[in-house]
Design a protein around this ligand. Sequence first.
Ligand code: AMO
Length: 387
Amino acid sequence: GLIQVTAKRDEVGEELYKKIQTLTPHTSIGVKGVLKAIPKAPNGVEVRPREVKVLGYASVNSPIQLYARKLPSLDKRLEIRAVDLRRPTAQAIFRIRQEALKAIREHLLRNGYHEIHTPKIISSATEGGAALFPLLYYNKEAFLTQSPQLYKEQLVMAFEKVFEIGPAFRAEQSRTLEHLSEFISVDVEEAYVDYRDVMNRLEAIVREVVGVVKSRCAKELAMLQYEPQLPDTFKKFTYDEVLEILAEHGHKVEWGEDLSSAALAKLAEVNPSYYFIIDWPTQSKPFYISQKKGDPKLSESFDLIFGSLEIASGGTRVSSRRVLEKRLKEKGLNPKSFAYHLKVFDYGMPPHAGFGLGFERFLMTLTGQKNIREVTYFPRDQRHLTP
Ligand code: AMO
């Protein structure tokens, strides 16, 4: 925590007073002394030192001042990120991160979801081939996982309701304020349900986490001068409705196209908070997303958006091996590369649905940060492989 230490020359004696004067900002110290109630001090107390020990001397002048309003650029701060994270406003962000993480996990465990860990070294892509990081696995080519998609689907066969909170890797070509090469994905997958059920679960998680953060992190939110907002309901717009809304605002999108950042920015003007876009064109979604019954051009899929920021996506899954093989081929993927996955579908794969929530993006909505790097301990992107 934080405590004020006040050394009065006539109280501490000349020797200790001089020693204290040699302390540099950021130095780690140990203090022995007497606690005094001081209403004006932070937390209402201060220490009057009797003994001060230097435990880690800061020998260089830090460009980062803990309470300064004007900070060095983010790039400069990231160079000594651990020092940067000592700033009280950074501490506030990461305390909220911890409470949010805990609240998500508690919500899922309380509701009967089983926590899983799936391999991060994988043999084939799930979310489109372009964004993979290849690596050498003994004498074979392997990749860092883009998401636990196929493994979480397989594990509903055994555990019914599963979740994983872990890293996902994307070789993103775009340099934006909302893309990392490594992020934490909150993945949920459940048997015997469809996309409507898991949308309800996702909404319940977001509502609970916002409530928890508001009550447990009021001080932190005040420091960040931000108050997370919740709409009364998370509206559900179909993809077709979204195109109509955009057309009304003079923004034309060809049917089947993804929504550009300009289109999403337009939508944010109408919906600044959380809302769903559902029933996307099948062609714009990955092979494992189920088509809509009676309308194969559309899929049982959704994205959860906050203003213009996509924070989660999911859907009902294909649970038939035959359909999955067909969908793989349609996407130009070779079913042989997925043999290890397809094979378990022969053993009674139940219908299932799920979603992936980008944890850092969710945190941006909880802390009011505009740059995803501000809510990440050591961000990885095209330009940052260290520290
Ligand atoms: P998707 O690829 O949409 O879906 O990813 C899920 C969520 O992860 C977040 N996200 C990212 N966050 C930071 N940096 C990135 N580069 C990045 N890429 C994605 C987003 C996104 O909504 N397997 C599916 C999920 C599912 O259907 O269960 C998947 O990975 O918030």
